[in-house]
Design a protein around this ligand. Sequence first.
Ligand code: NAD
Length: 282
Amino acid sequence: APGAHLIGLIGAGIGPSLSPALHEREADALGLRYQYRRLDLLDLGIGPERIGDLLAAARLTGYTGLNVTHPVKQAVIAHLDALAEEAAVLGAVNTVLFKGGRAIGYNTDASGFARSAMGGLAGAALDRVVVLGAGGAGAAVAHALLGIGAGHVLVLDLDTDRAARLADALGAHFGRDRIGSGPADALAGAVAGADGLVHATPTGMAAHPGSAVPSGLLRPDLWVAEVVYFPLETALLTAARAAGCRVLDGGRMAVYQAVDSFRLFTGTEPDADRMLRHFDEL
Ligand code: NAD
């Protein structure tokens, strides 16, 4: 029915995701009829190769749209009719909107980090930024940084080829002189000459404790942003605060990607500050 929205989250092991609560509470506050369901590949007993079937089923059964997460952010693309620019450049989709008989892919991780950085790092130098981790999060962050005017972004990853492929894709879009790539062990030298560092590997999550950044690299004139948001306060952020760095946690990126997805799904502007407060309560 018009005005009623059915949204799904597709991924593997998404039980702990805060997205359902975040979206539904905001819809309640706005007086919208809105249901946000988990479609967990593990519960459904199907593999990521069945993403096309799941997408077709959601479209047929009247879903408004989907959020898509690990491990199907790339695989979903083959089943879409159109891609927003940032999703095409990144080769990754986290939001699918069914509209006018078409399935359109977006990437609100990129816009989410951009908004988070513009608020939480306002006025910070962006001449040289290092992004550690070239996976889905690192790609979105690097795209966002270039989009908000970073002079140069260096992407480092244990998987050097992955970092090089990302730099190649972003370089074609934003200019090859604005992005470079390298191995993870180039971190110390890179950070020494950087204004800021974004950590975009899974290190620091409960399942991957620790920090991928040696504390000795942190200094007061370096800002440090984190993409991990579960927990919000990672070992890296604690060390960065202790070293006197300006810091940005991963929470705002997570909330703003939900803000941008919600707007795409409903055509209604959510109250981002209210969603930030909801997130803090969850
Ligand atoms: P991913 O598996 O796609 O990519 C992680 C990358 O990090 C891989 O390429 C891996 O080789 C690299 N890596 C791992 N350890 C490394 C190290 N020590 N040094 C250098 N590179 C290393 O994962 P992802 O989807 O990019 O997610 C990464 C993290 O970002 C997760 O914790 C995820 O929860 C978080 N995330 C947060 C948001 C948000 O909104 N805040 C959004 C997306 C992802």
